[in-house]
Design a protein around this ligand. Structure first.
Ligand SMILES: [Cu+2]
Length: 253
């Protein structure tokens, strides 16, 4: 389950993808591609490969952690429930995993800007997880009637550390370096979020049923990485075809 009060439309605010063409898909025939049964290749008549798949987990879902609140209880509540793993009962898909495919080459700045809101609301960050491209702007807001502090770090180095008065913000910060940014509040230790920043557009965040979709890759060998804040990381080597849809599934054990 997710943190109480989470609204799905808050997961990612405004995502402006690069100027990559959207290729049409016409699945015509299937071609047996690899010995790995989790990788399937469906050739298409039109050019442009798409990599899709699902990240799943069939193990016992960790019990949400109950954290006692020692200040601002009139807003935060007496206890805060922190649930970090969301698994769809029907498909076993894991939400909020970050999938990235190594492009093997640097990508030019496309000049477009994503905006990712980091909202402080009822002593939680919303959205908890988001994936962005280098140059994206984090927009930090405090919607609570209490003081919050937003501290973003990358590889334990401080990227941003700002105090927000009640109702304060937005404070804007351009994210210039790739990597997993950890977001914390120094006032409320249980508040945590993540902003994954990539130097290319070949990433996605899994939806409620664990699905992802990444397009625009060059044909050839690539490495797919999957990150989840609690379940860990997975990797898989793939060979992207010149066209069609390659399905790559992942399962956390
Ligand atoms: Cu706080």
């Amino acid at each position: 389950m997710v943190t109480s009060g989470f609204h799905p439309t808050l997961r990612v605010w405004s995502i402006v993808w690069g100027s990559f063409a959207i290729w049409s898909l016409g699945c015509v025939l299937s071609v047996s591609h690899a010995t790995d049964p989790t990788i399937r290749n469906e050739a298409a008549s039109s050019a442009g490969p798409v990599v899709v798949g699902r990240v799943s987990y069939r193990g016992p879902v960790p019990t949400p952690i109950e954290v006692p609140v020692d200040r601002d209880s009139e807003v935060c509540g007496q206890m805060v429930t922190v649930a970090t793993v969301s698994v769809d009962a029907a498909t076993h898909g894991v939400r909020d995993a970050i999938v990235h495919i190594d492009s093997g080459q640097g990508m030019a700045d496309n000049g477009l800007r994503q905006v990712s809101v980091v909202q402080n609301r009822r002593c939680m960050f919303y959205p908890r997880v988001a994936a962005l491209r280098v140059g994206a702007e984090a927009e930090i807001r405090n919607d609570d009637p209490v003081m919050h502090n937003t501290n973003m770090s990358l590889h334990n180095g401080t990227v941003l550390n700002v105090a927000l008065v009640p109702g304060g913000g937005p404070v804007k910060k351009t994210l210039k370096r790739q990597g997993a940014h950890v977001v914390k509040c120094n006032v409320h230790k249980f508040m945590q979020a993540y902003r994954h920043v990539f130097s290319d557009p070949f990433f996605d965040q899994t939806n409620d049923s664990g699905q992802f979709r990444i397009q625009g890759l060059s044909p050839g060998p690539h490495t797919v990485s999957v990150w989840h804040e609690t379940l860990g990381e997975l990797y898989k080597e793939i060979h992207v075809p010149s066209g069609g849809t390659l399905t790559v599934d992942f399962e956390f054990k």
